[in-house]
Unconditional design. Structure first.
Ligand SMILES: C=CC1=C(C)c2cc3[nH]c(cc4nc(cc5[nH]c(cc1n2)c(C)c5CCC(=O)O)C(CCC(=O)O)=C4C)c(C)c3C=C
Ligand SMILES: [Fe+2]
Ligand SMILES: [Fe+2]
Length: 352
């Protein structure tokens, strides 16, 4: 068989990485925010009211959001950071599946490359198998659920879908290693409180059965178990938006409390896998300043996982695990993780 014929007969594997996306320049900030608040997974109001709210909130929020994105050069680094993760993942996937032709796509929910457009592109490539992998380790109806809905609505191909990987060994180890390395690089400050800061959610989303908070707690406990030297640790929630009550404790309260308790802070973003506005502006600038005002002796922010080799290796394992798991949608090994009390877990929805 010639090389050309071999290439033609190779099975095609598409891997799609879901994430939220971010504006690619100042003029994209408002339409990006409008897309976000137009999503019924974010605002549960009926369509005409939701459209109005999306227009209103994006208009009111655009100026301050633009000022924050300006601190990062005008737009979000989320897509460039995702492309670096894809570049790191590609050789690992090629090594595992040498007989396949493999392509990896980023698919963003609220700005380009938009999930709907990527769904068309991937369908056009006619893959034999497609693995959908959220770059959200914790399942929420507001993130992975929303991306999956958009993908399916656009007719995107789907063979295996990862719902979440909150306690995947490599993911947990990557966090532990980065936390320890950051503490060492900061000169090993004493009397540390380790804060696991996750993006928050409105309480009503959790009350409706979303497993996100439960999964965040599982991740934090698993990482803390590998770091017995940091026995004082706490989960907290950042990035609150809007008038609803969000889950707590909030990261700003946790920072103030650490100041009151005379603690140094080692803060790690536990729900984000790359750097963007919520880490570079909110954690570094806003909470960095708050820590200083609160008398915190030392504030060290652990970097997001990015292309940390253990994390990228974990992603490769997750994809391979999903491909050999018995179910189409679920954690990589196909076994349900979340308790029955989380009815919005996609595995629970499937069982019902
Ligand atoms: C990690 C998981 C995330 C959850 C859960 C989540 C829920 C959620 N987010 C908003 C509103 C906003 N989020 C914004 C940015 C943003 N959010 C996530 C992740 C989660 N969001 C990421 C990765 C980012 C960064 C995007 C980027 O710019 O690179 C923003 C925009 C920034 C701002 O104006 O503050 C908003 C708005 C809600 C309402 C929500 C749950 C209901
Ligand atoms: Fe968000
Ligand atoms: Fe689940």
């Amino acid at each position: 068989m010639t090389e050309l014929n071999m290439a033609k007969t190779q099975k095609r594997l598409a891997i799609v990485l879901f994430n939220l996306g971010g504006p690619d320049g100042p003029e994209a900030v408002k339409p990006f925010l409008r897309n976000l608040f137009r999503d019924p997974a974010i605002i549960g109001a009926p369509t005409p009211l939701r459209q109005f709210l999306a227009w209103m909130i994006s208009t009111l929020r655009a100026k301050s959001a633009r000022a924050n994105y300006a601190k990062m050069g005008g737009g979000s680094p989320l897509v460039p950071e995702t492309l670096k993760q894809i570049e790191a993942l590609a050789p690992l996937m090629a090594e595992r599946f040498p007989d396949r032709e493999i392509r990896i796509w980023p698919a963003m929910r609220y700005w380009h490359p938009l999930t709907e457009d990527v769904a068309q592109e991937v369908a056009g490539w006619q893959p034999d198998e497609t693995v959908l992998l959220p770059l959200y380790p914790h399942f929420s109806t507001t993130t992975t659920g929303s991306s999956l809905g958009a993908w399916r609505k656009a007719g995107g191909p789907e063979t295996h879908t990862v719902c979440c990987y909150p306690v995947e060994a490599g993911f947990i180890e990557a966090h532990a290693q980065l936390i320890r390395a950051s503490w060492e690089a900061a000169g090993r400050p004493e009397n540390i409180r380790l804060l696991f800061s996750a993006h928050g959610l409105p309480e009503k989303v959790i009350a409706a059965g979303d497993p996100y908070q439960w999964q965040i707690e599982q991740t934090a406990s698993a990482v803390a178990a590998l770091l017995p030297e940091f026995s004082d640790w706490q989960v907290c929630y950042q990035s609150r938006v809007g008038p609803l009550k969000w889950i707590g404790p909030s990261t700003d309260d946790a920072v103030r409390q650490a100041g009151n308790d005379g603690k140094a802070i080692l803060l790690t973003p536990i729900a984000f896998v790359s750097e963007h506005i919520e880490t570079l502006v909110e954690l570094d600038e806003e909470y960095g300043e708050l820590a200083q005002e609160s008398g915190v002796s030392s504030y060290t922010r652990v970097p997001a996982l990015g292309t940390a080799p253990q994390f990228i290796a974990a992603l490769a394992n997750i994809v391979a695990g999903a491909m050999s798991a018995p179910t189409r949608l679920g954690p990589p090994d196909g076994q349900r993780l979340c308790p029955v009390a989380c009815p919005a877990c996609p595995m629970a929805l499937k069982e019902a």
